[in-house]
Design a protein around this ligand. Structure first.
Ligand SMILES: [Zn+2]
Length: 481
């Protein structure tokens, strides 16, 4: 355990990359410019996609940054020890410059020598190949990993797991290097078959940190392996090697090969303090500490509520910093959802008064040195969020009261719609609330709710819509399992 905190890790990472000829580029806002396919910046590579696809970047061929990201498809997983909606992704890119050897060696050096992680706890994955599409196994990356482990006195056995299911059935059997198929193939379309002709793709190689004190959970398969979701192995980062182009007849090597590396700052920082719980790092813990003070409750007993509130308020703060306001559509709706979930969970802690003004300055303080805009726009952020907090508290009291009246008979999609329509009670919150209070929800509530929603939309033509586009999973390039 090195004890290095997240700010230090962010700084030394960027410095380390500068020493290797990279230019530091500023974070892109959470709201992507000119990209209608996605609501939020969800990875470090997303803003750089045009350059990975061949456009020249004004800052050259070696770039690095720490990108603030938001992914709301994980919102229901927030509450466990490692999923957050808002996170920072450390990134470095080679646009037709260095390739596998330099990338894997520098990531290894950064983790083991700069951050000081224990090399004995590092495990990796590589691409097992795709014979049907004529794409070979990535033995080159595996060979480089073998040398790196060997130089640290660690023998690195290999195991071919193919799929995560098979991995769960047979386990990693102690192998340092596990090969997977689709899991270690990167392209924008998800898999090789669906890629359009001309599209680039390539193998990737993930790095995991082992927390040996965590027991494997058989709910995820009989045995544990690198990509097991039980929390014993935590992914720290992923190096994508864009080296192939799809053709009419298969795949051919790209003339200009790229590296796209993305790593989770929080997860690396958690590893540095030897904590499988990312909420213990210094970019989340001060919020939890403040929640403990304000509520008089402890993180140990109210873990889930404190995790949800701290994650959601941090995300909502950055959304406000980047100019989003709560509303009933698109980004504004997601922001509203974050704020409302935070308020809801605050009720569980007994925080029934407006508490955002006591939390947001803590968030601003954590980022003051590296993202000064969070402090500069602090007053505006507090004003936006407090207004939403206040109006939702009124709604919530009425909505919860109404929901409890359904307890015997259960609740249908039509009633959920009434709660939404009359009280402004978001459907995700009311279903969550019903589950918590053991109120049965009808099986086809979603269809019933959507039908009422469509009716209302037809009635109020031109009114704001609640349509949320799915986030571009395509930009997957980082440690999100
Ligand atoms: Zn496991």
């Amino acid at each position: 355990m090195t004890g290095m905190d997240a700010d230090e890790i962010r700084r030394i990472y960027l410095q380390f990359m500068v020493e290797r000829g990279h230019v530091v580029i500023p974070r892109a806002p959470l709201i992507p410019h000119n990209d209608p396919t996605t609501l939020f910046t969800g990875s470090g590579m997303q803003p750089l996609l045009p350059f990975l696809l061949g456009q020249d970047h004004a800052q050259g061929r070696r770039l690095t940054d720490s990108q603030t990201c938001l992914r709301v498809q994980d919102i229901d997983e927030v509450g466990d020890n490692r999923h957050t909606t808002f996170f920072e992704m450390l990134g470095n890119w080679s646009l037709g410059d260095y390739f596998k050897r330099d990338q894997l060696a520098q990531f290894w050096e950064f983790l083991t020598e700069r951050v000081g992680l224990d090399p004995n706890r590092i495990y990796v994955s590589c691409f097992s190949g795709d014979p049907a599409n004529g794409i070979p196994k990535d033995t080159e990356s595996a060979g480089i990993w073998t040398e790196l482990f060997s130089a640290a006195g660690i023998s690195a056995d290999q195991v071919d797991l193919g799929t995560e299911e098979h991995g769960g059935a047979v386990g990693a059997q102690g192998a340092r290097i596990a090969f997977y198929g689709k899991k270690n193939w990167w392209c924008r379309g998800g898999n090789a078959e669906n890629m359009p002709v001309g599209e680039p793709g390539g193998p990737d190689s993930e790095v995991f940190y082992l927390y040996p004190e965590i027991d494997h959970d058989p709910a995820y398969g009989r045995y544990c392996h690198q990509n097991c979701d039980c929390g014993r192995f935590i992914e720290l980062g992923n190096s994508v090697f864009m080296e192939y182009k799809k053709t009419e007849t298969g795949f051919e090597p790209l003339p200009r090969r790229n590296v796209d590396y993305g790593g989770g700052l929080a997860r690396i920082a958690a590893a540095a303090i030897d904590s499988p719980d990312v909420y213990r790092i210094n970019l989340l813990w001060p919020i939890i500490d403040r929640l403990q003070e304000l509520s008089g409750k402890s993180y140990e007993t109210d873990t889930e509520a404190m995790r949800v509130i701290s994650d959601h308020l941090r995300g909502a703060t950055f959304l406000a910093v980047d100019g989003v306001k709560p509303s009933n559509k698109e980004q504004g709706y997601v922001m509203r959802r974050l704020v409302r979930r935070a308020v809801r969970y605050a009720f569980d802690l007994g925080l029934e008064q407006n508490f955002f003004p006591q939390i947001i300055p803590t968030v601003a303080q954590m980022y003051a040195a590296d993202y000064p805009e969070v402090v500069e726009r602090g007053d505006q952020v507090i004003a936006v969020l407090v207004k939403e907090e206040q109006s939702f508290r009124r709604t919530l009291r009425k909505g919860i009261k109404q929901l409890k009246t359904y307890s015997e008979s259960g609740v249908s999609g039509i009633e959920l719609f009434t709660l939404y329509d009359t009280y402004g009670f978001p459907v995700e919150l009311s279903t969550e609330e019903a589950r918590k209070s053991r109120i049965p929800v009808s099986d086809n509530w979603r269809a019933e709710f959507d039908a009422k929603m469509a009716e209302q939309r037809a009635r109020s033509q031109g009114a704001s819509k609640m349509h949320i586009q799915p986030l571009a999973e395509a930009a997957q390039g980082g440690p999100r399992g």
